[in-house]
Design a protein around this ligand. Sequence first.
Ligand code: CUA
Length: 322
Amino acid sequence: MTALASAVPLISACSGDQSILAPAGPVARDIALLWWAMCGFFTLVLVVVSAIWIYAIWRKPREYSLDDARRIQNRWLIGGGIVLPSVTIVLLLLFGIPVGTRMMQLPILGEQPLQIEVIGHQWWWEVRYPDSGVVTANQLHLPAGRPVDITVTSADVIHSFWVPRLGGKIDMIPGRENRIRLQADAPGTFRGQCTEFCGTQHSHMILDVQAHSDEDFAAWIDARREPQIEALQGEAGATFMAHCGTCHRVAGVSAGNRAPDLTDLASRRTLGAGLLPNEPGAPLTWLREHGRIKSGTGMPLTDDLDAEHLQAIATWLEGLEP
Ligand code: CUA
């Protein structure tokens, strides 16, 4: 039993950027509290049932009349089979329903939540800020210290949106909009992960989440409102347009909408939805080897491009700073 109890925190991964047991906001704290309450309650149930079971094995057999045996049996059936489960379920509901409600988007007083739309794709995240028109991919930036309402849907199959340290989990279903509320206590970086199996690269569908102070968040948005179009033109831009622009959007350059928006690519921390650290040279590695690094994405192989053109596109991508 001790081994089992000590294994619980291990299997639930109680630390790290993706742990519900390291909440970093009010909604996530409610969920963590619910988790601990359930864990504590069911540990108690396990202990009591085990104790009864051991007692039943070790106690001396007694002789009962048939009537007494029936009476004892009924007492256990009614108590253990009906009353105890009913009380347990009611208690859990009393505790769980308010937590579930706070995960959702309820009207609130005071400053209204920022609205962000997140659309799931195989296997990346499209992130849109409707108030400012800013679009990005595979990263979610939000202001800390106030609620943020996320509206999710999917462009293909069912995905699921979850940033465990900031809030609850919600399915992303094609043709339907679901909503969830996140809140971060303080600026910091967090990790989201698709949590509904959505194909071979499901595990490589990671969302880089960064909470900022109000001023830093406003600066982040402002930097992306007006992309530096002139700097993006030229021969390398034309090569990008010819080979990549049908699928990828770069604000002011190309309008593709089948693949991740690349407008602020150089400012992102990873490429390929969390697969490659975005270091110098990473765009070239991705262009050359995406078929090996993340097979099955819709991105065609770049075998038809010679090294010089690939390098030109990669260098151009490394310049996509907001
Ligand atoms: Cu998207 Cu799993």
